[in-house]
Design a protein around this ligand. Sequence first.
Ligand SMILES: [Zn+2]
Length: 274
Amino acid sequence: MSMDKPNKPYPTPPATSITSTQSPMPMYLPDPSIKGISFDQLLNQRGIRFIHHKAIPCMNVQSTDFQAHEPDCPFCDDSGIIFYESKEIHGIFQGNSIEKTFEAHGVWETGTAVVTFPTEYPDGTQADFNTYDKLEMPDFTVRLWELKGYEPRPDGIQSLRYPVQKVEYASSITDGVQKFYMPGVDFNVTTDGNIQWIPGKEPSYNSALERGEVVGWAYFANPVYVVLQSLRELRITQELIGGVKTARRLPQQILVRRDFMVGSGEKIVNPVVP
Ligand SMILES: [Zn+2]
């Protein structure tokens, strides 16, 4: 599988304003969320597609007083978080150097950023964001790495932290000998983004120690951001509709952080509630 160059214009988000015209230049961005119309226009021009994964703390705990989470929990993959619904929504990165960097170089920097979202999903249901929700960007990929111990499975399948789009480099070092694993030769990437070892090509496994060779993976996956908190949430304004004052929610701003660093040390296990 080769890495494709962009060959399509970025998909246009749902048209929300007939007055929108494409701007050749990024303009200075004050708080665009304060005016419904200008926000719709901005979303139309600059909106980026996100998949919003809604989070809830894992309920596999002994009691609500003493939040000891079951170790090796299979329900949340030991992360302490269960994702229960995913919905598509368009939002805008702003208020941070991340946006300029992206437009100038097409790369995202790590760190925090602010994303502005409309109050509703495209299907008209209310959109609300809460801490630990995940925002995945399905139209972009970033390079990630992960060290993962080999685990023998009947189907030969191993999952990395994020669904894999493409593996760039995979290698292990055991007893001073470095091995390299090639896609299509030693493993394949399944359609749902897992690693599937080709029989006979697997890394070694020490049954006595119950420990497999550690493979370093450099791979591409969709960037994922974690919601830290809502900024400017639940702002309400009033507008005149047919001569009647009507309350309306304003677009919301969310502080997010790139969910990037990987490894067993990076877990949200206990406590799970801030
Ligand atoms: Zn759990």
